[in-house]
Design a protein around this ligand. Structure first.
Ligand code: LMR
Length: 397
């Protein structure tokens, strides 16, 4: 039977990572997958994580299964970090959270839940979006459509075209939004634009689904939740897929969550029962270690302060690198204006390089960036920035 199996194309992001690993060039540069690196090119384990892990190892008494929906203390901490502990959504008990294997796991649980309970509803994706979004929701059997997001002329948000297109969505359609640090463009709506999106969601009776994977990487933990909190109006339903891969550096521990906000407590309970049904037939129940680590840090005032400091350090380094990158690009004699890179938020920069230029960078200089022209800014350092600028100069000729 397997003789008939066709080779699948490599993944648009993780496939590049594999190709990078196999590249023998000692000067190769990996700016593909969204993983933070320090100035030495290392993806560090945060100190607060190491300390929490030490405590967990000493205190661990069992390896028995977690509940289907994961650790209750973790789920509560997830909600409080996103909404703030005294938010109406929390006080009214109308939000439920399930622990998931990473943000991707949360997206797939959300997709299966939507396909089971609201078959045929269209899910709207920004154009462009994270390339795994269409994979996940197509696999769940959800019809997809797209709305414009990026304005090439201004290197900013195509807000009018976005709103105009979404005005054509049908009641009950699902609107996927990036909570902050849009992947791949690094362009987020302003607070006023979030308000207008919130109005449209209410008026058209859409269901917002927020992919919230970078809280704290844009402007700060509270600042980055501005869109989420704007959408969480009284009575409004929503789904949020969140992740601690980036802001806790817990990439390989797969620590995420899906939070569903319902109109009231009994509706939230019914949704939770459906989410548990999806999880049980998928991976049964989640792994504990990463979530226990996050729960320990967020539940201890000193560790939480330590985490906030380490997160701010990562954010500041990325913003410093943005400036360095823009300065170096203009210093090496490229006349094209790249100053917009400094306005983008989070780990990624949408460089404007096209697929041919991206291929040339990889083939001729072993510089790996995603086909859309997305650069992982966190992978740039003093040590590789000159070679990167030289490459960009070569390909934009
Ligand atoms: C990325 O966009 O590079 C990250 O979200 C990692 C991934 O899984 O693609």
């Amino acid at each position: 039977m397997f003789q008939q199996v066709q080779t699948a194309p490599p993944d648009a992001i993780l496939g590049l990572n594999e190709a990078f690993r196999n590249d023998p060039n000692p000067e190769k540069i990996n700016l593909s997958v969204g993983v933070y690196k320090d100035e030495q090119g290392v993806t560090p384990v945060l100190k607060c994580v190491k300390e929490a892990e030490k405590r967990l190892l000493e205190g661990e008494t069992t390896k028995s299964y977690l509940p289907i929906d994961g650790r209750p203390g973790y789920n509560k901490a997830v909600r409080e970090l996103m909404f703030g502990a005294d938010h109406e959504v929390i006080a009214a008990n109308r939000a439920v959270t399930v622990q998931s294997p990473g943000g991707t796991g949360a997206l797939r649980v959300a997709g299966d839940f939507l396909a089971d309970n609201f078959p045929g509803r269209t899910l709207w994706l920004s154009q462009p979006t994270w390339p795994n979004h269409p994979n996940i929701f197509s696999a769940a059997g959800i019809p997809l459509n797209t709305y414009p997001y990026f304005d090439k002329q201004t290197n900013g948000l195509a807000f009018e075209p976005m709103m105009e297109t979404l005005g054509k969505a049908a009641k009950g359609d699902i609107l996927l939004l990036h909570g902050c640090c849009h992947n791949p463009t690094g362009i987020d709506p302003t607070p006023d634009q979030w308000k207008a999106i919130g109005d449209l969601v209410q008026e058209k009776e859409l269901l917002p689904l927020l992919d919230f994977a970078y809280q704290g990487f844009g402007d700060g933990l509270v600042e980055d939740a501005v869109g989420l909190r704007e959408l969480a109006r009284p009575g409004q339903e929503m789904l949020i897929c969140s992740s601690f891969s980036k802001n806790f550096g817990l990439y390989n521990e797969r620590v995420g969550a899906l939070t569903a906000v319902a109109t009231g407590e009994s509706e939230a309970k019914a949704v939770l029962s459906q989410l548990k049904k999806v999880i049980r037939s998928n991976y049964s129940n989640p792994p504990t270690h990463g979530a226990a680590t996050v729960e320990t840090v967020l539940g201890d005032a000193a560790l939480k302060t330590m985490w906030e400091g380490e997160l701010a350090h990562m954010r500041d380094r990325i913003n410093g690198i943005r400036k360095l990158f823009v300065d170096k690009i203009s210093a090496c004699g490229i006349d094209q204006d790249f100053s917009f890179i400094q306005k983008q938020k989070g780990m990624f920069s949408f460089s404007g390089l096209n697929q041919m230029q991206v291929d040339q960078l990889r083939n001729e200089m072993s510089i790996y960036i995603v086909g859309s022209g997305r650069i992982n800014v966190a992978g740039i350092s003093e040590a590789n920035v000159d070679r990167l600028c030289e490459g960009i100069k070569r390909v934009i000729g």
